[in-house]
Design a protein around this ligand. Sequence first.
Ligand SMILES: Cc1ncc(COP(=O)(O)O)c(C=O)c1O
Length: 401
Amino acid sequence: MKPNDLPSTPWALARRAARMNPSVIREILKVTERPGIISFAGGLPSPSTFPIAEFAAASQQVLAQDGPAALQYAASEGYAPLRERIAAQLPWPVDPAQVLITTGSQQGLDLVAKVLVDPGSRVLVETPTYLGALQAFAPMEPEVVGVANDASGVLVDDLEAKAAGARFLYLLPNFQNPTGRTMTEARRAELSQAAARLGVPIVEDNPYGDLWFDQPPPAPLTARNPLGCIYLGSFSKVLAPGLRLGFMVAPPMLYPKLLQAKQAADLHSPSFNQRMAHEVMQGDFLARHVPRIRSLYRSQRDAMLAALARELAGLGVEWNSPDGGMFLWARLPRGMNALELLPQAVERGVAFVPGAAFYAGETPDAEALRTLRLSFVTATVAQIDSGVAALAAVIREQQRR
Ligand SMILES: Cc1ncc(COP(=O)(O)O)c(C=O)c1O
């Protein structure tokens, strides 16, 4: 039977399914899997940082000591010793009862949207913002409104103009995905006060905060107003993303609803993984391990900055110098379009993510179309050098047209 001969489908899609879109990044990643492509596109931590030997030892230990519980169904809140450890390590007083273990912080974004967003609810985001958050919010049919930013963070005047009726403001204050920028102490203080005054709760997403290069970032917004904020953390960038472990810290009035949403979603995050992560982090493991990630990523950032300065000099491209995290943000010369540049770049063997993907709302403007995100952590230094040279060659080619 040919496909056309099939009877008409009995399936009807829910309205929210129509709002789900494939992630532009995942689509680009498929291209970058082609052999020979140097990818600055993915948001993947460097696999060289994964503590494989420690996980091998931890898995044996967990199975020997606690095998039945590690392989059994468990509490939706998460493994109690892991929740206690998380609470103890956060830089403000946190009751472990307010910690909910999630299946990656991506699940935290999904639960937040389910619990707080009705169709048409206003959700405020930074400009630009994390694409995965836009994806998690979209099925709940919010009105997503971008709040303007400068290099120091969200502009409080613009928040005031857009705050009316907002369910929450979604913020990435540290080494933001996609721009790599960090909100200054002064802006955090101003924003925290303004949000409390305007009655706008904050959802603070902080997967990169530990990956600082020279000095730790200022205190989280949640530390300034714990009852007005939900805080999302992740083990993906300091241990391994394949564990799919993150956490949220939520105010007591919201916690039960988030827990119910979590139960409905997946009952609980994997018991085995939670115990392994807890076992690996025993003692001072993170105090030894995280500085190694910082120093690797710092040298990778420096290699990319040096390559950009060398290869792109005089081409009119601008870029920033992030103080941590995994991404750098660049802006092509006026009139150029990163979406159009990408296929030519891929032809030459290098990939990036066009910045337009990270702007909430309709059609990206000419400014957004000029931007691109470059990850500096997965490629080797040699690949960074040749990838940036290839990027310079396509930009030069475009300029000659
Ligand atoms: C800003 C941001 N939030 C959340 C996530 C999801 O991380 P996790 O692996 O914890 O689900 C990512 C992943 O790249 C991210 O960049």
